[in-house]
Design a protein around this ligand. Structure first.
Ligand SMILES: [Zn+2]
Ligand SMILES: [Zn+2]
Length: 339
């Protein structure tokens, strides 16, 4: 296999993604080679593309959301079969640091991040530790399966809050994570108030069951709507500093605020607002290995939700450079690419 060539999406430098010919990688003893079939562009890909991550090892094959078929097994791999359809879990906690021992592998000190700090899956083939690929149940469609990874992020965020079904939630920022969280929460029996500045995204959230708030809502408008509806928990999924500032300022008394965004700019907050209003700030990043992935796969297997409803564009891998540029404009909720 090693002498064969493949097409790969290589981020050469910020704003410059090239489709290059690369050798097909060879799996190590505990790894598998996947023939990629369907890929998803994530907000993290966009932030790598825009050069927002200072530790990016350029040139890098990016991409971490994808499904594919097992093409080749490493010598020590068991439990997987050639030809099997699998989804990638792209964060690899070490399993033996203090964080991993306490069940918090999502913030592992030695976490490897596929497609961010090492070569990923925006390519015809990718190599990945066998421990981090999951067979996709036969009744789950490709377009839903390719969204299992962001669904696990949304699920972990939802489970971070003490809120229970029947409670009223607010979601700020309706990118893929905000929309998946909205869909999941609505289906589970929460009431969801959704807010974003992009009208198409609010409309999509409404189709997924949310109560839409006007795109031009001010901080005071949000505070009033959330107060009136009895919002107990706010999920900040925008990943923009002003959105967090707004969410804190508008949070009803006693509310929990779960921060899922990855903005690297400072937000403004007034300590007294938090303490006087009794606002609890929690944070949620990625998911617990292996529980949240397993849960997300089972929810799809049971037909509980259809994450593919958030797909805004389907195109082909050959269009990756243009698709990534389009994703960076911020209007799309999810772009997927057929390899
Ligand atoms: Zn992602
Ligand atoms: Zn660890």
């Amino acid at each position: 296999m090693s002498s064969e060539q493949m097409q790969a999406g290589v981020l050469v430098q910020p704003k410059s993604l090239e489709l290059q010919t690369r050798p097909v990688p060879t799996p190590g003893a505990q790894e598998v080679l996947l023939k990629m079939e369907l890929l998803g562009i994530c907000g993290s890909d966009v932030s790598l593309y825009l050069g927002h991550r200072s530790n990016t090892p350029f040139p890098l094959i990016i991409g971490h959301e994808g499904i594919g078929r097992v093409e080749q097994l490493g010598a020590e791999v068991c439990g997987l079969q050639i030809g099997q359809r699998v989804v990638i879990e792209p964060n690899f906690p070490c399993g033996h640091c203090a964080m991993c021992w306490s069940g918090r592998g999502n913030i592992c000190l030695h976490k490897r991040i596929f497609g961010v700090l090492e070569p990923g899956c925006f390519a015809e083939y990718a190599v990945i530790p066998a421990q981090f690929v999951w067979p996709v149940p036969y009744n789950v469609r490709d377009e839903d399966a390719v969204l299992i990874e962001p669904l696990a992020v949304a699920l972990h965020g939802l489970y971070t809050a003490p809120a229970r079904p029947g409670d009223v939630l607010a979601v700020v920022g309706l990118g893929a994570i905000g929309l998946l969280l909205t869909q999941l929460a609505y289906r589970m029996g929460y009431r969801v108030l959704a807010y974003d500045r992009v009208r198409e995204k609010i409309e999509l959230a409404e189709q997924l069951g949310a109560i839409p708030l006007p795109t031009d809502s001010s901080e005071a408008d949000l505070a009033k709507s959330w107060q009136k509806a009895g919002v107990s928990t706010i999920f900040e999924c925008a990943g923009a500093a002003p959105a967090l500032t707004m969410a804190i300022a508008a949070a009803p008394r006693g509310a929990d605020l779960v921060v899922l965004g990855l903005a690297d700019q400072a937000s403004a907050l007034t300590e007294f607002t938090l303490t006087r209003q009794g606002i609890q700030v929690l944070s949620s990043i990625i998911y617990k290995h292996p529980l949240d992935f397993q849960r997300s796969i089972r929810l799809l297997e049971q037909g509980f939700i259809q994450p593919s409803k958030i797909i805004s564009q389907s195109t082909t891998f050959s269009q990756l450079p243009a698709a990534l540029e389009k994703a960076s404009q911020g209007q799309d909720s999810k772009i997927i690419l057929t390899v």
